[in-house]
Design a protein around this ligand. Structure first.
Ligand SMILES: *Cc1c(COP(=O)(O)O)cnc(C)c1O
Length: 421
């Protein structure tokens, strides 16, 4: 028996997947060109900041004068075309980074406008769109929120401008680049930049924040290259390159980043404190690898779209559509198929490959969720993972993959299991 057969991959599946691969040279070469340009930008940022091996060392205590941290933040700021950045192991997740931005930039009596529809599920309780009163949400602090629904799958710019002109209490706009757990397109940096310019043309004082999770390095520019004030994301997604062990980043204009640092740490201390004894090498090396690992994940997603489309499932995005995030949605149509898909992604994992995932109620999510992730870094969705809420039409969202080879093996395993051969 071949290794593939032992992994549960039939010859027919192998042939199917390889026939799809042959048709994907155009989207694959686009992803490769993109990675090349991003790698050049990252390399240049490392050299401009004169990164040296001494910057890998950690610090202790207050962490004042932590040159490794400061240099890492300078590299991130440069890569994202920003004046300043925070890159901190003490930011525990993307949700924490985003939530800190909202708390840092908003105060009582002000209003947040979510211009690309309902924000990612885990932010609902921070904003106060769900959850009990008295839990410390923005709403409890006197910050109101308007969610502007998408119109034909995109930002309703006309209505956004009307709201901005009508309500001077709107001081911050939130936009989300990635599709998240929704059957919608991710938005390009160019679109986010256009909407930002439009908003600022009627209200120059308004700030624009973009939830950049999963979007980093999927294009050759980032939203902050086009006038967005502030972005945030997770270091265990795209920019960590599979190596960063934890953390989140925030990047933008100096005054926005300073405001968030005052909230995250303390007024008067801001970004100057914060030690990390374990050192920063993995953050640097991860960022250096990130354009490449993002490309591997993009190619895995493109292959998944192609294979499942060929098998007759609805997929979003299509294999040929330009991508602005890592997420591939596949409409599987039944709870059994969603569960089987996730179990086979798990079964193809290097870590905890023997574990059988079950749907469960996740903190911060409204429906039961099944999650498959056998990762070197717990919860790192730059590594191959799949998940989906147990609600019709049973969409599997898959993302990540440190290597295309691994992504392809996992996909073949899923396809073999779902087609029963
Ligand atoms: C992952 C993600 C978040 C939250 O990040 P966590 O690290 O899971 O807390 C927020 N927004 C988007 C679009 C995401 O993909």
């Amino acid at each position: 028996m071949s290794t593939f057969t032992e992994l549960g991959i039939s010859k027919a599946t192998q042939n199917l997947v390889e026939s799809c691969e042959i048709e994907l040279s155009v989207p694959f070469s686009y992803a490769e060109k993109n990675a090349l340009e991003n790698e050049a930008r990252v390399l240049q940022a490392f050299q401009k900041a004169r990164v040296e091996s001494r910057h890998f060392s950690g610090s202790f205590g207050y962490g004042y004068g932590d040159i490794g941290r400061d240099t890492l933040e300078a590299v991130y700021a440069d890569v994202f075309g920003c004046e300043a950045a925070l890159v901190r192991p003490s930011i525990i997740s993307g949700t924490h980074a985003i939530s800190a931005c909202l708390y840092g930039l908003l105060g009582p009596g002000q209003r947040l406008l979510c211009a690309t529809g309902k924000p990612y599920d885990t932010l609902e309780e921070s904003i106060g769109l769900s959850g009990e009163p008295g839990t410390g949400s923005l709403r409890d602090w006197g910050v109101e929120c308007t969610v502007l629904p998408l119109k034909n799958g995109t930002c309703d710019v006309e209505e956004m401008l009307r709201l901005l002109q009508e309500d001077p209490s709107i001081t911050l706009i939130h936009m989300q680049r990635s599709r998240g757990y929704d059957w919608r397109s991710a938005f390009s940096a160019e679109d986010l930049g256009k909407w930002t310019s439009a908003a600022k043309s009627v209200r120059p004082d308004v700030r624009v924040f973009v939830d950049n999770c999963y979007g980093e390095f999927t294009e050759t520019i980032e939203p902050t290259h086009l006038g967005v004030d502030l972005i945030a994301g997770s270091c265990i997604k795209n920019p960590g390159g599979g190596l960063a062990p934890t953390g989140g980043y925030i990047a933008g204009t100096k005054d926005s980043v300073d405001a968030v640092a005052r909230h995250l740490f303390a007024p008067g201390i801001g970004a100057e404190g914060g030690s990390y004894p374990a050192g920063y090498r993995d953050f640097y090396e991860g960022l250096f690898l990130a354009p490449h690992t993002v490309k591997e994940a993009l190619k895995t997603a493109i292959l998944a779209a192609s294979v499942f489309q060929k098998l007759g499932y609805k997929v979003s995005p299509d294999p040929e559509t330009p991508r602005y995030d890592l997420i591939q949605a596949i409409e599987l149509g039944s709870a059994e198929k969603l569960i089987a898909f996730c179990r086979n992604v798990q079964g193809a994992s290097p870590i905890e490959g023997h574990v059988v995932p079950e749907p469960w109620p996740m903190p911060g999510y409204q429906d039961e969720v099944i999650m498959a992730a056998g990762t070197f870094i717990m919860g790192a969705t730059s590594e191959l993972s799949a998940d989906g809420p147990l609600r019709a039409p049973y969409i599997a969202y898959m993302q990540g993959g440190l290597t295309y080879e691994h992504g392809k093996i996992a996909l073949m395993k899923c396809v073999s299991a779902l087609s029963g051969d």
